[in-house]
Design a protein around this ligand. Structure first.
Ligand SMILES: [Zn+2]
Length: 205
């Protein structure tokens, strides 16, 4: 079958014959995750925010630019069960675990699922600009091998969120492993499908 006739699943992004959707695990988390993305971003086959939403039970997707997107963001910010916080570099912010202790309730983590350049524009929108922020305090190596990244520590949405959950609370480790294991599987399948010969953990896919 040539690449042009390959039927794609718009859930996992893989060829329909290799669809992984039924195997996504449902992962419960105390913290809520609000994924801010766009319809365009969502259509990218290798978009990791979409995989994240499929796995995290306590998550919501808001499409920036859709008719009611701002009202949806406001509603999430007002949800009193959680402390709304924007996941974006903020060098003066507290360590995630300390911040969590300070606020005394689970976070509603607003994740900007887009490229760095676009995210930098989005944060100036009034709706995000005044939100408290949270950032990763450790360095990580990207495991998103489908795209070359400018720096090893530039992580895709899924990996950065998986790492943040652990920095908030060590007990998230199993969830992080489920998230990362799933990403690894799909990344390898996608690499194989593309025939791009990517070396992952010493093996070629
Ligand atoms: Zn699928």
């Amino acid at each position: 079958m040539s690449k042009h006739t390959l039927e794609i699943c718009f859930g996992c992004g893989l060829a329909k014959t290799a669809c992984f959707c039924a195997k996504f695990k449902n992962i419960p988390t105390e913290d809520r995750v609000t994924i801010i993305t766009t319809q365009t971003e969502n259509k990218i086959r290798s978009n990791t925010g979409r995989w994240l939403h499929k796995m995290l039970e306590n998550s919501k997707v808001i499409y920036l630019g859709d008719e009611n997107w701002e009202a949806e963001v406001e509603a999430e910010k007002k949800n009193a069960s959680f402390y709304p916080i924007l996941f974006y570099p903020s060098p003066n912010s507290l360590m995630p675990r300390e911040k969590r202790r300070e606020v005394g309730k689970p976070f509603n983590i607003f994740l900007l699922d887009t490229g760095w350049r676009t995210a930098r524009r989005w944060i100036y929108k009034k709706i995000f600009a005044e939100m408290p922020r949270l950032e990763l305090k450790e360095e990580y190596e990207s495991r998103y091998f489908l795209r070359s990244v400018p720096k090893a520590n530039h992580l895709c949405s899924l990996q950065s969120l998986a790492c943040l959950l652990v920095e908030i609370n060590n007990s998230y480790l199993p969830a992080q492993n489920d998230l990362m294991n799933t990403m690894d599987i799909i990344v390898k399948k996608m690499a194989t499908e593309r025939g791009t010969k990517i070396k992952i953990d010493g093996e070629f896919y």
